[in-house]
Design a protein around this ligand. Sequence first.
Ligand SMILES: [Fe+2]
Ligand SMILES: [Fe+2]
Length: 183
Amino acid sequence: MAQTYEEMDAIALLKADHRKVEEIFAAFEKATSKAKKQALAEQACLELKVHTVLEEEIFYPACRGQIEGDLLDEGYVEHDTAKLLINEIEAASADDDFYDAKVKVLSEVIEHHVEEEEKRSEGMFSQARAAGLDMDALADAMRARKVTAMEEFQAGKPAETLTLEGDDTEKALIDTPLDADAR
Ligand SMILES: [Fe+2]
Ligand SMILES: [Fe+2]
């Protein structure tokens, strides 16, 4: 039976975001007009910015110390790779050289990253499930943050990297078991 948005646990919410972005990238591939392509690329960028904030502020900190650290570190760096392209795409127009190439490469970075998150048994989500994180408490926190993150990014805030030269990398190393009091 299909779950409503309110019923989804953390992993279901994150996977639903993944499917949505995949659909937008697929529509971009089929689009023929530049205006349509730009609208779709910008929609994908917005969805991805909100999604990475939910993971980086809520889901990943709850995973820190509970799942393979290397995998989590790679997740943060993959997000940052995507953010560099997202900020490039948002600053550009579909008429610019390499626009389609940037969107295509972004979709490939995301495809790989989503696989790392969703991979059976050794993926991040499977490890988080096995570690016993409170997926309902995390989902509630993510639903609430999604509303404010959407507002911030719709107002034009760029994506902020966490692991690159000059960044405050502590934010990517934080360990916040948000579900602690639910146990
Ligand atoms: Fe994700
Ligand atoms: Fe992610």
